[in-house]
Design a binder for this molecule. Sequence first.
Ligand SMILES: [Zn+2]
Length: 91
Amino acid sequence: MNAKLQIRGIAASDKNEKAGLYQFIITLGEGAKGRVFFKKDPEWKMTGVTRLLNVPCPICHKDYYCNCLEKNAEVIERQIIDQDLISSVLD
Ligand SMILES: [Zn+2]
């Protein structure tokens, strides 16, 4: 896996427990952050990811919108599921 796509941190953002919708902020390589959207139905499933524009994209280094995280959504989702990152930030 590209080290720039390695998740170094995760924090809870918005949630709508009734609808089973959750958002988390992840930190990737080079300090890049992304917002990930999850649905619990009943298993956790990632429904989307967008990069926050705090720093240039760690993959293509564009300062503006790009689709790098979207293209790598599967890699990001797998880390969150396999490392059980959601339960580490939800109580
Ligand atoms: Zn990019």
